[in-house]
Design a binder for this molecule. Sequence first.
Ligand SMILES: Cc1cc2nc3c(=O)[nH]c(=O)nc-3n(C[C@H](O)[C@H](O)[C@H](O)COP(=O)(O)OP(=O)(O)OC[C@H]3O[C@@H](n4cnc5c(N)ncnc54)[C@H](O)[C@@H]3O)c2cc1C
Ligand code: FES
Length: 259
Amino acid sequence: MLLNGKLITHKNIAGDYYLMEFKSHELAEAAGPGQFVHVKCGSTNDPLLRRPISIHKADKDKGIIALLYRVAGKGTRLLSLMEPGDLLDVMGPLGNGFQLPKPSEKVAVVAGGIGVAPLFFLVQLLVNAGNDVQMYIGARTSQDLLAVKDIKKLGVDVKLATDDGSAGYHGLVTDLLPEKLQKVDRIYTCGPFPMMKSVAYLANKYNVPAQVSLEEKMGCGVGACLACSCKIKINGESVYKRVCTEGPVFNAGEVDWEC
Ligand SMILES: Cc1cc2nc3c(=O)[nH]c(=O)nc-3n(C[C@H](O)[C@H](O)[C@H](O)COP(=O)(O)OP(=O)(O)OC[C@H]3O[C@@H](n4cnc5c(N)ncnc54)[C@H](O)[C@@H]3O)c2cc1C
Ligand code: FES
C-alpha cells in the first residue's frame, strides 16, 4: 500500500543514526519482521527513486511504525531533515520477511551495525512467542552499537563486539559464535555482507538453519525493474532472484556468497 504517515518523533540518536516514528494503523497491522518500506526522500524528484528502510518496530495497538536508519547519501540525508508533523510518503510493507520458528526453538540472532534495524522487530516477536533468544551485536565502535538498551529491555541476553574494543569483545562478532551455535536450533542475521557470509559458513558447519536479510540497491521495490537481482542457488543451480519481492530474507544456504 501507498500511504502518508504523520511523523510523530524524529531524532538523531548517535553519529549518523536516526530513529523516526510515524503513524499508520494499516501498516502497523500488516507489517511482519524483516519487511521494509520504500520511502520517498525529500519533496522534489531528486532523488527520483525511493529508498528501502526496514521496519524496526510496529506497534499494532498504537498504529506506530519506527524506522532506524543511517545517513548514507543524498536520500537518507534529506530524510533526516524531516520534522515531527511532516507527512512521510511510504510504500509497504514490502518483501517476504523472516519465517518464524516454533516457540520451543532456541534462536541466535546476529546483527552487524545498522543490520540491527529489522532484527529488533523479529526479536520482540520471538520473545513474545516464548523462544529462548541469544542476541549478538557487532559494530565498528560503541557509538555504532544500536538498539542495545531496547533489546535488553525485552529480557534478552545481548553479547556485544566492536572492531576497536570500545565496548564488549574486541574483534568480530562472529568470533563469539562457534561454541554457541552448537546449542541453537535456528539463526537469523542481518548486517554487512562479509559478516553474513561468515554466519552462513558457521551455520552450515554446525548444521543449523539460518536466514539472512540481504541488502541490494533498489529501484522500483515491487519486482518490476530487476535492479535488485541477486544470485541464489536452487538445487545447485544459480538463478537470479529479486531482493525486493522474493527477499530480502533468504535461507543462508541458498545465497551465492561468491557473487
Ligand atoms: C531491504 C533493505 C532494507 C534496508 N533497511 C535499512 C535500514 O533499516 N536502515 C538503514 O539505514 N539502511 C537500510 N537499508 C540501506 C538503505 O536503503 C540505503 O542506505 C539507502 O538507500 C541509501 O540511500 P541514499 O540516497 O542515502 O544514499 P546513496 O547516495 O544512494 O548511496 C550512498 C552509499 O550507500 C550505498 N548504498 C545505497 N543503497 C544501498 C543498499 N541498498 N545496500 C547497500 N549499499 C547501498 C551506495 O552504493 C553508496 O555507496 C536497507 C536496504 C535494503 C535493500
Ligand atoms: S527493485 Fe525493482 S525489481 Fe527489485
